[in-house]
Design a protein around this ligand. Structure first.
Ligand code: PHB
Length: 160
């Protein structure tokens, strides 16, 4: 049974996943730096045509089993404020910095089922849930996309 509380949860997903598993989350940064954004991301963030942003992509695992893929998109102007700390995160998870240190607010959440993930260029043999959250820190936006992988408890037992 799908546990939709994962999709609507407004706090730190890292903490919720650690509570659910009783194990620490491992963050692996798969890509990080300035890069092009999709049309959808551009619209959400109000970026100009062909404007690049700072992008961080990570894989989150519990006991070496990947649970979540995340992509964070930060407009260049947002990096001028407190959000510049994001660049120093490395393999530490985003949640504590965002929620505890920067008091970020998750303003807008949207979720949808996807068959393919444009930013990954990868297909899965089942549909997966993806959610998109818009945050503000000191009035500066960032967009976070989270893809729930088949082993994530969101899917309950049904997809294991
Ligand atoms: C990250 O470290 O980039 C990160 C961690 C947990 C999430 C999303 C992103 O739920």
């Amino acid at each position: 049974m799908l546990d939709k509380s994962w999709l609507t949860f407004r706090g730190s997903l890292t903490e919720k996943m650690e509570e659910a598993s009783g194990r620490p989350i491992k963050v692996r940064v798969t890509s990080q730096g300035m890069g092009p954004v999709s049309e959808e991301e551009r619209r959400c963030l109000g970026l100009l045509q062909r404007e690049w942003a700072w992008i961080r992509e990570v894989e989150l695992s519990i006991d070496s089993v990947p649970w979540l893929l995340a992509r964070t998109i930060v407009p260049r102007q947002s990096l001028e404020g407190e959000l510049r700390r994001l660049k120093l995160l490395g393999e530490r998870p985003l949640g504590p910095l965002l929620f505890n240190r920067l008091s970020a607010e998750r303003c807008d959440i949207d979720f949808t089922e996807v068959e393919q993930v444009p930013w990954l260029n990868r297909r899965f043999d089942q549909t997966l849930w993806c959610r998109r959250s818009l945050f503000y820190v000191q009035d500066r936006p960032l967009l976070l996309k989270e893809l729930f992988l088949p082993d994530h408890p969101l899917y309950g037992q049904s997809k294991k």
